[in-house]
Design a protein around this ligand. Structure first.
Ligand code: PLP
Length: 481
């Protein structure tokens, strides 16, 4: 781009010295500097600016500081890149600042006891052999894209699984596989939400739901789950949060982070509210096979055949293959209500081409074969024993209150506010990390406003859990905020 400021400065400097163009050209030639007439004219008209060596000559010849001031003025500030403003109000602190601090400590060689992430494999929960072999034998056949909804075999298996949960009226075209339920939560929200739409989301929640609602331009309106009622949803609170902008209700059952399992009667009440206000039901049931104490999981979609329902499930937890990234959603109920929405979901599905095909190829085996997860949740099973152990140990700690989880592999204790006076959850988690090298997720990370709560993942082996709980117990003998 032409430098008009420079042209002005050059003209002024020449005038001040009483030099004409020819004089300057002669001076240049005398000093062995190549300066042509048209070149100088171009500088003076602002069409071009001189290079550094010519600039230095002109500055010296005219006794004017043509260079430094202009260089400083022209210096363009370094362009930096920030995250998009769309993310300004989005938070996902399950992998947030406390985890960052833990990673830094690990980089410095500190061993951290991690009770923070629901990722079964690193804790010795292995994918069933049959499933691994199945994936291996199909690898060469799964190199290409699949149908954007998913492989026939995968969707067929899901279509057969749904009726076992009483979800009927699901056809092959109502099923979409995803790179984990995570991808589908985001996909649904992008397809469904207009700016300002309100979505009822539980508090505490698995925070991806709130994050995806917000990212899509919607408003996550949190309804309370009641600790005093074993963390069941508070129906009155749900009712009080409904407005004319409410479009859907998210039900996470079994629940992360509380481990609650919702009885049929509570689900029926939620359906009643959804029916009265014509809401979409979004059911996250990824822990539906990790249920203990002989209880049975009830799918909410089974109770709402007349409403538009989307049920999400996957293999990350029940089949311990979180890393292969396979989840799915089934659309059921009164599908006519959501024709337009389904169009949006299909568009979003097509736009990501398809989900990971090798992972889809094992859905049939995983769902149809022997369910090894059952061994984990019986009274002598590993998940159940670890749950009992953690629950009992927490109860023994003075000032810790805890509801016994019935499902999944999380527990969500509360610290007595009078005793510990916790007002900053993150600080509590950071202090515990610093002092005891134990990593938990603060309650705030689950959109739970009251401070003093945190989540423990009880997947690590009992010895590790015991060690971590000893440290926590000791920490709580002296820690106060
Ligand atoms: N939904 C809930 C309630 C979860 O707890 C998780 C993961 O922890 C997910 C969804 C995401 O699962 P996926 O691995 O299928 O993406």
């Amino acid at each position: 781009m032409a430098d008009t400021n420079f042209a002005e400065r050059l003209g002024n400097a020449m005038a001040a010295c009483g030099l004409k163009q020819v004089d300057l050209i002669r001076l240049a030639s005398e000093q062995g500097v190549k300066l042509g007439k048209s070149q100088l004219s171009q500088y003076l008209s602002g069409k071009t600016a001189p290079r550094r060596d010519m600039l230095a000559f002109l500055s010296t010849a005219l006794g004017a500081d043509l260079e430094p001031a202009s260089a400083a003025k022209q210096e363009v500030p370094m362009r930096t890149f920030d995250k998009s403003s769309k993310l300004d109000h989005v938070s996902y602190d399950v992998r947030g600042p406390v985890v960052d601090a833990a990673m830094r400590m690990e980089e410095n060689g500190v061993h951290i006891l991690k009770l923070n992430i629901g990722n079964p494999a690193p804790y010795g929960f292995r994918t069933p052999d049959e499933v691994v072999q199945d994936m291996a034998s199909q690898l060469t056949e799964t190199e290409g894209y699949s149908d954007s909804r998913g492989l026939f075999s995968a969707r067929k298996a899901i279509m057969q699984y749904d009726p076992l949960k009483g979800i009927t009226n699901v056809s092959m075209n109502d099923i979409y596989t995803g790179n984990g339920v995570s991808e589908l939560i985001n996909l649904i929200m992008q397809a469904m939400i207009d700016t300002g739409d309100e979505i009822l989301v539980p508090s505490p929640d698995y925070p991806l739901w709130t994050a995806c609602v917000t990212l899509a331009g919607g408003k996550a309106v949190h309804y309370l789950c009641d600790e005093q009622a074993d963390w069941l949803p508070d129906l009155d609170d749900i009712r009080s949060k409904i407005s004319s902008a409410t479009k859907a209700i998210v039900v996470i059952n079994p629940n992360n982070p509380t481990g609650a399992l919702y009885p049929k009667a509570v689900l029926e009440e939620i359906v009643e509210v959804a029916r009265a206000h014509q809401l979409i039901i979004l059911a996250d049931e990824i822990y539906d096979r990790l249920v203990m104490d002989g209880e049975e999981h009830v799918s909410i979609a089974h109770l709402a055949p007349d409403l538009f329902c989307i049920t999400l499930n996957g293999l990350s937890k029940s089949h311990m293959i979180a890393g292969w990234r396979i989840g799915w959603m089934s659309i059921s109920g009164n599908k006519r209500l959501g024709r337009g929405l389904v169009e949006g979901i299909s568009m979003m599905s097509n736009m990501r081409l398809c989900s990971n095909v090798p992972a889809q190829s094992i859905v049939q085996t995983a769902l149809g074969g022997y369910q090894s997860v059952k061994n984990y949740v019986v009274p002598q099973g590993r998940v159940c024993r670890q749950r009992d152990f953690v629950y009992e140990r927490l109860r023994e700690i003075d000032g810790v209150h805890v509801a016994k989880p019935k499902a999944a592999f999380y527990i969500f204790p509360r610290l007595d506010p009078k005793k510990f006076n916790i007002h900053d959850d993150d600080q509590f988690a950071l202090d515990l990390l610093q002092d005891k090298k134990v990593l938990i997720v603060p309650g705030k990370g689950f959109n739970w406003e009251t401070p003093g709560y945190f989540r423990i993942v009880y997947l690590p082996r009992r010895a590790v859990l015991g060690d971590a709980l000893d440290k926590l117990a000791d920490f709580l003998t002296y820690y106060r905020q």
